[in-house]
Design a protein around this ligand. Structure first.
Ligand code: ASP
Length: 429
């Protein structure tokens, strides 16, 4: 049986067990599912353990063997442009669908009151965390590490990327005699990291079962009813973004057939869905890009770690819908001008969100503060949507990583790369 099939089966079984425990209040099953959750967490730690060595080694090798260093600037420019445009499109889709469905106007006042009282304290503590977030200048400065070892120790992706590229670029101008042994070491680290991923992935089905079972068992099913329209609006927006934006980019820019692409990458969104973390999924994303899609190393080593950190279309779209929903519930509708402001802030906010679980809802507070009229407490807004956030986090993370892989495919093609193995999966030029 293929790995993907095993992961999919584990996901379905985990969701079933969790639902039974939750809906029928089967206490022993809730206890059992909670007890095996650490096995899932252990697996997330295993895969996260590979992220830093893999990203550093792969970026250094990618940059040092680039040949022409100006190529990196070109790839960088295209990547940022692609990421920004797809994110802005995602936010726009989120706004359009929220105007169309108007999820906030389906909210019953009693449900609103109960959500407010249940989640307000937790909402307020999220606002407090958001207030400690650094400003833009600080974020930009932090991209240059004072100490690369420290950046690696604390897993700060952008400074690590900065250092690895700088180091690889310096290596590329060394005489061959000096460069070769160093390159051999980094290539070895990269290959060993890939072997580790293969091994860790063999455990993925068990981890997925443990993670999903516990999440669903804990899920507050009682809030589902009052937030159903909001949830469906986010999910509908995400589905539209994948089927319109990504398939168009794949077909016309990367010239690959979208069904073939989705077939080849399918375990990546599943892992993202189960872990709610683009960062934890990154090793799998990189492996699939190189081994299944045929994306060149120079592209994947740069585009994917950067994407896991700054490219979050799913998160941006969710922020747009959440902001509109909260505004519709608390203050009625918001103006078109304010909505244009959301396009900008949600795009920037999604860049600022880290690729870890629940990062999106913290950064959402920044968007809310800008979009809601003064006097409306963002903590109340957060309280409204917190109950279903984990499930939406799983879905938006799956879209985030799919966006990263779409970008890698498009950019690899634009750099003349050969994509996918069989010719019938590629659209003729
Ligand atoms: N969990 C998401 C990710 O890692 C970020 C978010 O919370 O939206 O991609």
């Amino acid at each position: 049986m293929q790995l993907y099939t095993k992961i999919a089966i584990a996901l379905i079984l985990g969701a079933l067990a969790g639902s039974v425990a939750n809906i029928f209040d089967v206490e022993w099953l809730v206890t059992a599912l909670t007890a095996i959750e650490p096995a899932g967490t252990a697996w997330i730690r295993l895969i996260t353990m590979v992220v830093i060595p893999l990203v550093v080694a792969s970026l250094v090798v990618g940059t040092a063997t680039l040949g022409d260093i100006t190529k990196l600037g070109r790839i960088g420019g295209k990547t940022i442009a692609f990421y920004l445009s797809t994110t802005a499109i995602a936010v726009t889709i989120g706004l359009l669908i929220s105007n169309l469905v108007s999820p906030g106007s389906h909210m019953d006042p009693a449900a609103l009151e109960s959500l407010r009282s249940t989640y307000l304290t937790e909402g307020a503590s999220r606002v407090e965390i958001a207030q400690q977030a650094p400003g833009l200048v600080e974020v930009l400065l932090e991209m240059i590490p004072r100490n690369p070892v420290q950046a690696m120790a604390s897993g700060d992706m952008l400074p690590i990327i900065f250092f690895a590229i700088f180091f690889g670029a310096a290596m590329s101008v060394l005489p061959e005699r000096r460069k070769a042994p160093l390159l051999g070491v980094f290539e070895g680290v990269n290959d060993a990291a890939m072997v580790m991923i293969h091994w860790i992935m063999k455990l993925a089905p068990y981890a997925v079962f443990a993670l999903i079972g516990a999440v669903i068992a804990r899920f507050g099913a009682d809030v589902l009813g009052s937030l159903l329209v909001y949830m469906l609006t986010v999910l509908g927006g995400l589905a539209l973004h994948v089927t319109l934006t990504y398939t168009t980019a794949l077909r016309f820019l990367a010239r690959v057939k979208p069904p073939a692409f989705f077939r080849r990458i399918r375990e990546v969104p599943l892992i993202a869905f189960s872990t709610s973390s683009s960062n934890a999924t990154l090793p799998v994303t990189m492996e699939v890009a190189e081994e299944k899609l045929g994306v060149s190393k120079e592209v994947s080593s740069f585009v994917l770690p950067l994407g896991a950190t700054i490219n979050m279309d799913g998160t941006a779209l969710y922020q747009a819908v959440a902001t509109m929903f909260i505004a519709q519930v608390l203050v009625g509708d918001i103006s078109v001008v304010a909505q244009l402001g959301i396009v900008l802030t949600a795009t920037l906010a999604s860049i600022g969100a880290a690729g870890v679980p629940s990062a999106g809802i913290i950064i959402l507070i920044v968007v809310l503060q800008q979009a809601l009229p003064p006097g409306v407490d963002p903590a109340v807004g957060i309280a409204l949507i917190l109950g279903v956030d984990r499930v939406l986090d799983m879905c938006r993370t799956a879209v985030n990583v799919t966006g990263d892989l779409t970008a890698a495919t498009v950019i690899s093609r634009s750099e003349g790369g050969v994509l996918l193995a069989s010719s019938d999966e590629v659209v003729a030029a």
